[in-house]
Design a protein around this ligand. Structure first.
Ligand code: FAD
Ligand code: NAD
Length: 469
C-alpha cells in the first residue's frame, strides 16, 4: 500500500471526478509519485457496466461486477485520497470543485470546496428521457447498480402479483408484459437476458404463468442496433423472432402512464400498450454538473451532448487545467467503455509527460539563473531541446477493438475489425463463447473474474434465484 503522506506542496494537485471506466483507467496508469491525487465519486466502486443486464435477471450477482476504487488507489506508490461524494460545481476560473456527501449517514461536514491544479473530469452521463412525460415516475433505467437491483425486485413483484389468487386474465397479461424501450445495445441485451430468465427459470418455477410472459422491445428508428452491420441486425431480429420477443420498430414512445405506454406508430396513430414493468434505455445525456460547467465556459462550449475537448482531451475554454474523457464529452467517438478506458490510459501517460516537462522547466530556470559558463549555456540548450520535443505530445487516437453484444439463448453478435481488412460480422454460439471470454478478460480484477465465472457455473447448475429480498 502507498505511504500515507500529506499533500506535497511542491507537487500539483490532480482532482479526479468519477470512478467509472475513464477515471479508473486513468488512475491505473498514472504515476502518482508526481502528483497529489484526490478521487471524488458518489460511488466508492467501479462498475463493470457490460454485465449489468445479466445482473438484472440474476445470471451474475451484483457484488461480482463491482470493485472498490480503493483497490486501485491503495497499491499506488504515493497515497491517493478517495472521497465518497458527489461533485456539485466546478469553478473553472478559481480552479475549485465543490462536493457534497449525499449518503444517508451524515457527519458534521457535508459539503466542501477544494482547489485543484489539474481536474480530470470523468463523471459519465445520465439517461436521456427527452422530457417524455412519465419516464422518471413509471420506468426503470439500466445504467447504475441500483437500477439492476430495482429491475429485479419489480420484475419478481410483477410475477408474484400475477400469481395472486383471483387476478383477471387481462390483469395477468398486463403484469406479465415486460416492455423495453430503446433498441440500442442496452435494450437488446436486456431483452435477451429477460428471455433466458423466462425460458431457463420461470418455466420451471411458475409453469402456469411462464407461457403468458411477453417481452416487447420498442424502437423509434427503422432497426435495432444501428451501430452494427446489416447482417448482424437481421441475425438479431430473426433470433428475437424465434425467441418470441416482439420488436416494434418505427414506434416512438410519447408518454408512460403507471400501467401503460403510449406509442406513436409510423402512420402517426397513437396506441396504448399495457405493461407490468417498463425499462427505459433511451440513450445518454449530459449530467447537470456538466451542463453547468459548459455554461461557465461560455461560447467555447456551445454543444449539447457534452463537453467539447481538443485532441489532447483538454476541455475547450479550460486548456491546461481541465481534461475530460468518456461519456461526459462530445466527440466523434461513440460513448463506450472502450473509448473511455483508452482515453484514461492516454491521459495518464500525458500527465507523466507533463510532470517530466515541469521538472525540466524547473531545471532550465536553475540553469538560466546560473548562466555564464559555456557548459551552462550548452546544458540549457539541451534542456530547451528536450522541452520542445515534449510539447509535441501525440494527440489521442482511438483503436477500435470491435463491438460485441449478447442477444439471448446463448448467442452473441460481434463486429470485429480484422487487420485493416474490413469487418468480420459474426453471430451465434461460438461468438457467445468469445463474448464470455472477452468479458472475463476485461473484468477489473482476479476477484471479479473468479466471482463472475462461479456465478455463470452456479446459474448453469442451479438456475437463477427467484426469491425477492
Ligand atoms: P462511467 O463509467 O459512467 O463513470 C462515471 C463515474 O462518475 C461513476 O463512477 C459515477 O459514480 C461518477 N459520477 C457521477 N456523477 C458524479 C459527480 N457529480 N461527481 C463525481 N463523480 C460522479 N460500453 C462498451 O464499450 N461495451 C459494452 O459492452 C458496454 N455495455 C454497457 C452496458 C450497459 C448496461 C451500459 C449502461 C453501458 C454500457 N457500455 C458499454 C457503455 C459504457 O458503460 C460507458 O460508455 C462507460 O461507462 C463510460 O465511461 P465513463 O468513465 O465516461 O462513465
Ligand atoms: P443508445 O443511444 O445506443 O440507444 C437508445 C435507443 O433508444 C436509440 O436507438 C433511440 O432511437 C431509442 N429511443 C430513444 N427515444 C425513444 C423513444 N421515445 N421511443 C422509442 N425509442 C427511443 O443507448 P444505449 O443502448 O443505452 O447505449 C448507450 C451507449 O453505450 C452506446 O454508445 C452503446 O454503444 C454503449 N453500449 C454498448 C454495449 C455493447 O457494446 N455491448 C452495451 C450497452 C451500451
Amino acid at each position: 500500500p502507498g505511504t500515507q503522506l500529506p499533500p506535497d506542496p511542491s507537487k500539483k494537485t490532480v482532482v479526479v471526478l468519477g470512478s467509472g471506466w475513464g477515471a479508473t483507467s486513468f488512475l491505473k496508469t498514472l504515476d502518482t509519485d508526481e502528483y497529489n491525487v484526490v478521487v471524488v465519486s458518489p460511488h466508492n466502486y467501479f462498475l463493470f457496466t457490460p454485465l449489468l443486464p445479466s445482473c438484472a435477471v440474476g445470471t451474475v450477482s451484483l457484488r461480482s461486477i463491482i470493485q472498490p476504487i480503493r483497490y486501485v488507489t491503495r497499491f499506488k506508490k504515493r497515497q491517493v485520497t478517495v472521497i465518497e461524494a458527489e461533485a456539485k460545481e466546478v469553478d473553472p476560473v478559481n480552479k475549485t470543485v465543490t462536493f457534497h456527501d449525499n449518503s444517508v449517514i451524515k457527519g458534521e461536514v457535508v459539503s466542501t470546496t477544494m482547489p485543484y491544479d489539474y481536474l480530470v473530469y470523468a463523471v459519465g452521463a445520465e439517461t436521456q428521457t427527452f422530457g417524455i412525460p412519465g419516464v422518471k415516475e413509471n420506468a426503470c433505467y439500466m445504467k447504475e447498480l441500483g437500477d439492476a437491483e430495482k429491475f429485479r425486485e419489480n420484475m419478481m413483484d410483477c410475477i408474484e402479483t400475477a400469481a395472486f389468487p383471483g387476478q383477471s386474465d387481462k390483469e395477468i397479461d398486463r403484469l406479465l408484459h415486460m416492455v423495453v424501450v430503446g433498441g440500442g445495445p442496452t435494450g437488446v441485451e436486456l431483452s435477451g437476458e429477460l428471455h433466458d430468465f423466462l425460458v431457463d427459470d420461470l418455466k420451471y418455477w411458475y409453469p402456469e404463468l411462464a407461457s403468458r410472459l411477453r417481452i416487447t422491445l420498442i424502437e423509434a428508428l427503422p432497426t435495432v442496433l444501428p451501430m452494427f452491420s446489416k447482417q448482424l441486425i437481421s441475425y438479431t431480429e430473426s433470433t428475437f423472432k424465434e425467441n418470441k420477443i416482439d420488436i416494434l420498430t418505427k414506434t416512438m414512445v410519447k408518454e408512460i402512464k403507471p400501467n401503460a405506454v403510449v406509442v406513436q406508430k409510423e402512420d402517426k396513430s397513437l396506441v396504448e400498450i399495457p405493461f407490468g414493468l417498463l425499462v427505459w434505455a433511451g440513450g445518454n445525456k449530459a449530467r447537470s454538473i456538466t451542463v453547468d460547467l459548459m455554461k461557465a465556459l461560455g461560447a467555447a462550449q456551445a454543444g449539447k451532448r457534452g463537453l467539447a475537448v481538443n485532441d489532447h482531451l483538454e476541455v475547450v475554454g479550460a486548456e491546461g487545467s481541465i481534461w475530460a474523457l468518456g461519456d461526459c464529452t462530445s466527440t466523434s467517438y461513440a460513448p463506450t467503455a472502450q473509448v473511455a478506458s483508452q482515453q484514461g490510459g492516454y491521459l495518464a501517460r500525458q500527465f507523466v509527460q507533463m510532470a517530466k516537462k515541469d521538472a525540466l522547466e524547473r531545471d532550465l530556470q536553475v540553469l538560466r539563473a546560473g548562466a555564464g559558463s559555456e557548459g551552462g549555456i550548452e546544458d540549457a540548450k539541451k534542456v530547451e531541446g528536450a522541452l520542445e520535443r515534449m510539447r509535441k505530445f501525440a494527440p489521442f487516437s482511438y483503436s477500435h477493438q470491435g463491438s460485441l453484444a449478447y442477444i439471448g439463448s446463448d448467442k452473441a453478435i460481434a463486429d470485429l475489425p480484422i487487420f485493416g481488412q474490413g469487418n468480420l460480422a459474426t453471430g451465434g454460439v461460438a461468438t457467445y463463447l468469445f463474448w464470455r471470454s472477452a468479458y472475463i478478460s476485461t473484468l477489473f480484477s482476479l476477484r471479479n473474474r473468479v466471482l463472475v465465472s462461479t456465478d455463470w457455473l452456479a446459474t448453469k447448475l442451479f438456475g437463477r434465484d427467484v426469491s425477492r429480498e
